[in-house]
Design a protein around this ligand. Structure first.
Ligand SMILES: N[C@@H](CCC(=O)N[C@@H](CS)C(=O)NCC(=O)O)C(=O)O
Length: 215
């Protein structure tokens, strides 16, 4: 099994889950900026040129949500199986991580990657920050009476979502979301999460919090 990985990217979700499942794997590192994600070699594994891709069972799988579902079904662990009353909740939160992830990606591009700085759009930063806050409020409500996204306990949906929270609190204040901040602390204290960070590298952020610049 080989995970194609960039530190601090969505491949962290898969790396963390591989550690939770106790599976053995190789890591192959790529770069967001050197053009290699558009090479024929990488596009053959992930046709949009996006990280992660996982080589497994004589093929490559792309899309973090699909990889996470495939791994839990293959291993029969860390997800409610079809027929379980929590199956729909699990699928919702796995996909929700990408609804929130798209907004985070847009803010990452605006605050960090776009050059020159004059190319950045303050109205877009404001709009996306408001949209992000809506996704955070829903999570805050979900976590107000439970330790993990599902009542039954830790699942791969937490690997999908838990990865987002580090990025989320770069753009919305953790103090406004106490249940979510507690969830972040619990997730980041998990031994498998800590092993994943040690093997795969930490987040890409240079600042704790990114304010929207003045116009
Ligand atoms: N929906 C995809 C999104 C993958 C994605 O956008 N990954 C980012 C890194 S977090 C990437 O590869 N970006 C490179 C690019 O946009 O060129 C997934 O969940 O796997």
């Amino acid at each position: 099994m080989r995970l194609h990985h960039i530190p601090g990217s969505r491949s962290m979700r898969v790396l963390w889950l591989l550690e939770e499942l106790g599976l053995s794997y190789d890591l192959q590192h790529w770069s967001l900026t050197d053009g290699s994600l558009r090479s024929p070699e990488f596009l053959a594994m992930s046709p949009a040129g996006r990280i992660p891709a996982l080589e497994i069972d004589d093929r490559a799988i792309f899309e973090s949500g699909a990889i996470v579902q495939y791994l839990t079904e293959r291993e029969g662990r860390l997800a409610p199986q079809p027929g379980d009353p929590e199956r729909a909740d699990f699928l919702e939160w796995v996909s929700y991580a990408e609804t929130q992830g798209a907004t985070l990606q847009s803010l990452n591009i605006q605050h960090i990657f776009l050059r020159p700085e004059a190319a950045r759009s303050i109205p877009m930063m404001k709009l996306e920050t408001k949209r992000l806050a809506v996704t955070a409020r829903a999570l805050e409500n979900q976590l107000s009476d439970r330790e993990t996204l599902l009542r039954s306990g830790f699942s791969a949906a937490d690997c999908m979502m838990g990865f987002n929270i580090d990025a989320l609190f770069r753009y919305v204040p953790a103090a406004d979301y106490p249940a979510l901040a507690g969830y972040r602390d619990r997730m980041e204290a998990r031994p498998a999460y800590l092993r994943a960070i040690e093997k795969g590298g930490d987040s890409m952020y240079a600042r704790d919090f990114y304010e929207i610049p003045d116009a």
